[in-house]
Design a protein around this ligand. Sequence first.
Ligand SMILES: *Cc1c(COP(=O)(O)O)cnc(C)c1O
Length: 364
Amino acid sequence: MSTWPQWLPLREELAPMSAYGAPQVEADASLNTNENPFSPSPELVKAIAARVTEIGSRLNRYPDREATELRTSLANYINSQSATSIDISNVWAANGSNEIIQSIFLAFGRKSALGFTPSYSMHPLIAKVTATPWIDGTRRKDFTLDCDAAASQIESLRPTLTFITTPNNPTGSALLISEIEMLARSTQLVGGLLVIDEAYAEFSSEKSAITLIEKFPNVVVIRTMSKAFAFAGARVGYLVAHPSVIDAMRLVRLPYHLSALTQVAASAALEFSDELLATVQGLIAAREDLASELSALGLEVIPSCSNFLLFSGFKRASADVWKDLLDKGVLIRDVGLEGYLRVTIGNGAENKKFLMAIKEVLNK
Ligand SMILES: *Cc1c(COP(=O)(O)O)cnc(C)c1O
């Protein structure tokens, strides 16, 4: 726990907190933050450079506050992926989906927020920072979500915001669209929003919750370019929802929040979406291979619809296994669940390095 100087008028509820973040340490294989391991192609890099050069002489001016080109491109991308007919009025973009989550709390964090742990730890963390009471809902012992139980929790607790991550992080399991529809109905019944974090949607074959927005205006879907889209460094996340939700985002965003550089880089990347997503099928195949290899070593692997695997079955503390892997140059994630570790699917060489290292570490 950090000790703050007496003279510092820090908000009381922040004092016991420490700064969040996965360790950013050098490793031969960095398999800890679920990025796509494949770099943008030289053609895309060139396209981004050309767009940046083009706007360079206008950087004395503020950017388009409405990010019109980018939001239009995002709407087209969603429609091509999900056979929907959304438009720019349904889309908001920001510096990573974490900023989107923060804006949701700033706009709608009225009474309380409910989520089902273990899930993405930034949801409760941003709730805390924005002073919205957070309620930890329950899952089954195997971490799957019992949607009937979740619906009853929503109806009795009546939260303003209910968070669902699908595919879930850190488990990788996805909900069926019929289950999400049931939760949409429950949240609608209590006058709340259902926030679906679909950071890993492109790795899953389940229908996106974006298809529910027309029927349920209280459904809000968060997406990101950081994972499947191989664009984490640019920091672009987006939200798809009813136009009234987008209007509320305008109330809480900072002026000109999305830089002109980010806007043109992301617009250029969306023109290469086929190319950027071409690696997704290969990563899914590698995920299945790696899952069987880990099972063959006697480990238990949770079936994943994402680009990572959560596994357990160690004969000693998972934190020690994590450290031994790092000593061998392989950085994976200790997500704070005793007995479990999470590994991101990397490129062929990284996956091989991880497998060799885990074999050695298990035999230690
Ligand atoms: C990685 C991740 C994000 C992060 O998104 P950014 O767009 O990079 O801010 C959001 N939600 C979940 C569930 C994630 O795992």
